[in-house]
Design a protein around this ligand. Structure first.
Ligand SMILES: NC(=O)c1ccc[n+]([C@@H]2O[C@H](COP(=O)([O-])OP(=O)(O)OC[C@H]3O[C@@H](n4cnc5c(N)ncnc54)[C@H](OP(=O)(O)O)[C@@H]3O)[C@@H](O)[C@H]2O)c1
Length: 289
């Protein structure tokens, strides 16, 4: 049976390696990219690997609600046209940002891309995700979330913005969202993924020269992106994870997340605030599941 995945952040680093792995394993992938050059490279690199499966490309940007909306519409068009249901929704796209920037919706950019876009995209695609213990939603969080605190009066780090504060908080929100979703939608297993330190260029893309230099040195100590993708692929395919929805998986192993991610008030409050920011009144479109 052909499996279908949608992967964001598919043109670099961990996401790109995951797409290559999935394609080799005969999964049909809808890949999100934002640069023509990188998209062309992904198409070229997967060409000889495709068998009965296919690679679809969606080009778009997760910066703001309008961008996410367009992406979801394109994914839905592909699913409708080919009568597919989604088996795997994998949120890999992420950003770390030196300066403080607001998007078109007046949300801080790291918060918007790393957290709000994940919530919105999951909401817009939920009716098309197969209701089965073998389906999966994965959200790439980070070990930096252990060092994050939550302040509902400054959720987006608009006051006292710093590159690390904003990033680690966004990754904390990923874990809280995973827990909130797992409690509400028991038929679709969801996981927060901690890939560990990985050799990618993430810290050089929207960062100052100094931050970029520090990241380049630090990243050398990390694992290969293909190893991180391998761990994620195991979470996607191994039966052992069927009953572990809501958990935090580090290097492929279920471990405890930051203690504040188990606080029910934090989980519910972040859920409610995020939906309100996105004007989502009911997470289930048309109320069906
Ligand atoms: N590297 C690490 O040590 C590490 C550790 C923990 C967690 N993570 C997380 O792992 C995930 C993947 O990161 P990575 O390390 O593989 O870095 P990466 O190579 O920079 O991958 C990030 C991906 O997100 C895409 N992206 C960023 N902003 C976007 C936007 N506005 N719209 C659409 N796509 C966007 C990028 O597109 P382009 O290809 O066009 O740049 C890229 O494909 C991130 O969520 C990151 O926070 C990484």
């Amino acid at each position: 049976m052909q499996k279908i995945a949608f992967v964001t952040g598919a043109t670099s680093g961990i996401g790109r390696e995951l797409v290559l792995k999935m394609v080799r394993e005969d999964i049909t992938v809808i890949a999100l990219g934002r640069s023509d050059e990188k998209i062309d490279q992904l198409i070229a690199d997967t060409k000889s690997l495709l068998n009965k499966n296919r690679l679809f490309i969606v080009k778009g940007n997760l910066n703001d609600q309008e961008g996410v909306d367009k992406i979801a519409k394109e994914v839905l068009l592909i699913l409708d046209k080919h009568k597919y249901e989604l088996d795997y929704l994998v949120h890999v796209a992420g950003r770390v940002t030196s300066g403080y920037h607001l998007n078109n919706d007046q949300h801080e950019m790291t918060f918007a891309i790393n957290h709000l876009a994940v919530v919105q995209l999951t909401h817009l695609l939920i009716n098309r995700i197969k209701k089965s213990m073998r389906s999966r939603i994965l959200i790439v969080s980070s070990q930096s979330h252990y060092r994050a605190s939550i302040n509902f009066n400054n959720l987006e780090s608009k006051s006292f913005y710093s590159i690390l504060r904003s990033y680690k908080r966004s990754k904390l929100y990923n874990v809280l969202f995973v827990k909130g979703f797992a409690q509400r939608f028991k038929e679709i297993p969801i996981f927060a993924i901690d890939p560990g330190l990985v050799q990618t260029k993430i810290g050089t893309k929207n960062t100052s020269k100094l931050a970029s230099f520090i990241w380049s040195l630090r990243a050398k100590k990390g694992i290969q992106a293909s190893d991180a993708a391998h761990h994620m692929f195991n979470v996607i395919t191994q039966e052992a994870f069927d009953q572990q929805s809501g958990s935090y998986i580090r290097h492929g192993v279920n471990v405890s997340s930051n203690p504040i991610t188990y606080d029910q008030e934090n989980i519910d409050k972040l859920w409610d605030i995020s939906l309100k920011m996105l004007d989502i009144t009911d997470f289930l479109i048309k109320g069906e599941l």
